[in-house]
Design a protein around this ligand. Structure first.
Ligand code: HEM
Length: 350
């Protein structure tokens, strides 16, 4: 009888140890620090003049990884047209993960860490720092086929040409985020830009005019700040132009030659309908996103959307936006079927 109780106790101890060890101690402090350093080296190694394209690339990757079943699960379906361009990012991250971190952390954690390191790097010179990395959580579960997503089910994502109503409906249905939270997250478009060969739009959202780091060592498209909001709050006249005889994007009224007709150095900032939604009620009349109103027309003036007041606040207060963006980005990247836990902050001493 004594022997049986002892045996039972040993068995319970083994199960408990396996459960806690198997998950909580999977990722050590040393591995995490090594992963952060390797990711930063990778981000710095891909340079395009003053741009570090992996900053925008990893942030977009996370948004796309966090959509669909399993949420942020280290899986991307590269055959979906709206994921175009993300392979360039995963083709850089995956070999690093596979050779040095596989089995030590999940791919989903690695992708989320990459975006968090990227955002931290993007504010090194900026007046307000991204501090999400200090509260980084781990324990995300990968989808069974990671890094490939083999889903053929319904897909909610929109292209960027849709109406204001459909833009905010997407955020509500996909993530449960309200209008203010969606406006907050869309500020990520201050980073990077659109590439004709991907989704069919051309140009970046910001330029030097509203950068919080004028003449810094990084281009405005690699700096996380509220320049995006200032582009459409402080500049009102925008007009739609047609890219590749198809997709509609907005350019300033003073620069209406479509970006695809201009050499790269002469291209100007853009907005998609999804960005206009932050300030205006947009109701496209076709799948290309054609809209009959403009923000300044005397006859067919667009009306302000409910989102306008939030965008205006963010345009006026960079610190407020960076703080709220950090909170929302963290909420988004922590969506996973597993319960996450705090990343190890110190070396363990035995
Ligand atoms: C309905 C919402 C959204 C739509 C329709 C949308 C659409 C797009 C499109 C069309 C591009 C251009 C892709 C290319 O040509 O390479 C893009 C780029 C980007 N998006 Fe979004 N986006 C949305 C929300 C978000 C959110 C919530 C985030 C992050 C939190 C995000 C982050 C980015 C970034 C950083 C880029 C630049 C990527 C690069 O330069 O490589 N987007 N988005």
């Amino acid at each position: 009888m004594v022997r049986l109780t002892t045996l039972l106790k040993v068995c319970i101890a083994i199960v408990c140890f396996k459960q806690s060890f198997g998950r909580k101690d999977l990722l050590t402090f040393d591995t995490l620090e090594k992963a952060k350093a390797s990711i930063l080296t990778l981000i710095e190694s891909v340079k395009n003049n003053k741009d570090l394209p992996m900053i925008a690339g990893t942030v977009r990757l996370l948004f796309h990884d966090c959509m669909g079943q399993g949420k942020c699960d280290g899986c991307i379906n590269h055959s979906r047209p709206l994921n175009a361009g993300l392979k360039k990012v995963t083709d850089r991250l995956d070999p690093l993960y596979d050779t040095s971190f596989k089995g030590k952390m999940s791919r989903a954690d690695f992708y989320a860490l990459a975006a968090s390191v990227a955002l931290t790097r993007s504010t090194v010179e900026a007046p307000v720092k991204y501090n999400g990395l200090n509260h980084f959580k781990v324990g995300r579960k990968d989808c069974a086929t990671s890094p490939i997503e083999d889903d053929s089910g319904p897909y909610r994502f929109i292209k960027g040409t849709e109406s204001t109503q459909d833009t905010f409906k997407f955020f509500k249905e996909e993530f449960g985020f309200n209008t203010r939270e969606a406006v907050t997250l869309l500020g990520a478009h201050t980073l990077g830009g659109c590439h004709l060969e991907n989704v069919g739009f051309v140009g970046s959202w910001v330029d030097e005019r509203f950068s919080t780091v004028p003449n810094g060592s990084l281009a405005p498209t690699s700096v996380l700040d509220n320049a995006y909001y200032r582009m459409f709050i402080d500049i009102v006249p925008w007009l739609q132009v047609t890219i590749n005889d198809k997709n509609k994007q907005w350019q300033e009224i003073t620069h209406t030659t479509p970006n695809d007709k201009l050499p790269k150095p002469n291209r100007v900032p853009i907005l998609l309908n999804v960005d206009m939604a932050n300030s205006w009620i947009i109701k496209p009349t076709d799948d290309n996103g054609s809209v009959s109103c403009t923000p300044t027309s005397s006859k067919t003036r667009c009306q302000h959307s409910t989102a306008h007041k939030y965008a205006k606040q963010y345009a006026r207060d960079n610190a407020l936006w960076v703080r709220e963006f950090t909170k929302m980005f963290t909420r988004m990247i922590n969506m996973n079927e597993n319960k996450l836990y705090n990343a190890p902050k110190h070396k363990k001493h035995y």
